[in-house]
Each structure stands twice: as C-alpha cells, then as structure tokens.
Design a protein around this ligand. Structure first.
Ligand code: BTN
Length: 265
C-alpha cells in the first residue's frame, strides 16, 4: 500500500504487543489528540495506561503557547497518556518529561534515518537538517495531576513543499530529507519503543541528559526566550542537570524552567 495511506486499527493493535502501550484509542479525524486524550481521561475512569490516542487526521492540532500544529496526510499526530505512579516518575523528575520525549523522538529518528543531522531545541523540539521535524505538547489534565498527556506531532511523509507558505522554509519531514516515503506505523513503533525504554531507564535513575550536549541546537548561540511578557536574551550555556535552560546574561548565568525560545543566532 502507498505509505501515506491510513494506518488500519488492526495494524495499530500490533503496538500493544511490541511497545509499552496498554490501550489504543483510534480516531479517523479529530480536532486535537491531546484534547481527545483529556476527554478520554474525564469520561473513562478505568483507562488502561500507557494509552495511545491516535488520529489519522487532526483538524485543530495545538502547539505550545498560542501556536497551531500543521497536521496533514502523511504526518503522525498522536498523544500518549501516562500515569506517573505507574511509570514511577517522581515529582522531582516530572519537569524533565519534555526533554525526555524530545530525546526519544530523536533516537527513533536516528534509527529511521541514520545519516540524518538531528538536533534538540530546548525544551522538546526536534530538528533535522536545521528545520523543525517534530513538536511536543505535554499537558496535565486539570482534573488529575496523576496523568500526563504527551502530544507528539512528527512530520514523516508530509512534504513541506505542500505546507502553508510560512512553514515551507522552517519545517521538514523525514521524507524531505530522505527523498522517499516511510512506513508510518513502523516509525510510530520505533518512537514508542524509544519512549517506553527511556521512561523505564529514567525511572531507574539513569541520566538521559548526559546525551543532550551532543544534540543541543542552542548551545553557544545568542538566544531570546519569552516568558509571559518578559524577554530574556543571552548566550546559551547548555542545559542544567535539572533540565533548566542556562543563559549567560550580562556576565551572570541565569536558569530558566519555562518559556518559549523565540529566536537564536
Ligand atoms: C509545538 O511544537 O508547539 C508542539 C506541537 C505539538 C503537536 C502535537 S500533534 C499531536 C498532539 N495534539 C495536539 O493538538 N498537539 C500535539
């Protein structure tokens, strides 16, 4: 079948065997898989987690802040619901989940495209050949801080020559870099295996951040970070062991735990 055809529910179910997933919630089309995941949690108190909420097509994908996420045929858009107690991630470890998720996507990307130039942009964007390949939106449902919804958008076969004009020079799909289409189910399988493995080793206190400096897109660059209405500009000194972005501003090192990186050069 052409690689961009829909993934069948029966094929998705094979992920229950090979990954850490315990249930799958499949939509042909929905607004946002994160919104659906939060709804599933609100209406189903016996949800088996980790749960995959997968949509073949999202018509109102949400990004960080006020951003939207361009979701089209050939991309992968999904959310994974995890229960912090079950995956034994402690309160101190929770803030590192975004960085961990970016690393899992990067590792899966390297398996699909070993020669690809992958990089991580704090806290959780994944870049390929200098352009944004994947975005992550992690939300904790207001009704229960026990769960996290890890929303991932990964550009696989959705070529950016077909993207809205404003994204064409900033985004990339794996197929743009490889010049061939990829089996999205297999990409999803690899990503979920990497995510499950990383969560497991992190719960056992293995430090995945040791690998970050090898991929950090911002280290040594002049970075502008927006936190609410405040902008901070400084040279990135890398990522601290607790996941903070470190910027040198007027000779002193400042640590940031939130915000949106607006620019870097
Ligand atoms: C960003 O880069 O700003 C984050 C983008 C996250 C997009 C994914 S697609 C699946 C999930 N559902 C959403 O509505 N958003 C996330």
């Amino acid at each position: 079948m052409p690689q961009s055809d829909s993934i069948r529910h029966s094929d998705l179910e094979s992920l229950l065997k090979d990954t850490f997933l315990q249930s799958i919630h499949h939509f042909q089309e929905t607004d946002s898989t994160n919104t659906r995941a939060i709804d599933v949690l609100a209406t189903n108190d016996s949800i088996l987690t980790p749960a995959l909420v997968y949509a073949e097509r999202q018509n109102a994908g949400r990004g960080r802040g006020d951003n939207q996420w361009w979701s089209t045929r050939g991309s992968l858009t999904f959310s994974v619901v995890v229960d912090f107690q079950e995956i034994t991630i402690s309160a101190e470890q929770k803030p590192l989940l975004p960085l961990l998720t970016g690393m899992a996507i990067l590792r899966a990307g390297q398996q699909v495209l070993p020669a690809g130039e992958f990089a991580l942009k704090w806290p959780n964007d994944v870049y390929l050949a200098g352009r944004k390949l994947a975005g992550v939106l992690i939300e904790v449902p207001s009704q229960s801080a026990r769960y996290a919804v890890i929303g991932i958008g990964l550009n696989v076969n959705n070529r950016f020559s077909d993207a809205p004009q404003e994204l064409q020079s900033t985004g990339i799909a794996i197929a743009d870099a490889s010049s061939c289409e990829h089996d999205r189910l297999e990409v999803l399988r690899k990503l979920l295996i990497c995510l499950g493995d990383l969560i497991k080793s992190f719960a056992a206190n293995e430090d995945f951040l040791v690998d970050w400096p090898n991929y950090c897109l911002l280290t040594g660059k002049q970075v502008t970070l927006r936190t609410g209405s405040t902008r901070s500009t400084g040279v990135c000194q890398g990522i601290a062991p607790d996941g903070a972005l470190m910027l040198e501003i007027d000779g002193s090192k400042k640590r940031f735990f939130g915000g949106v990186v607006e620019s870097w050069s």
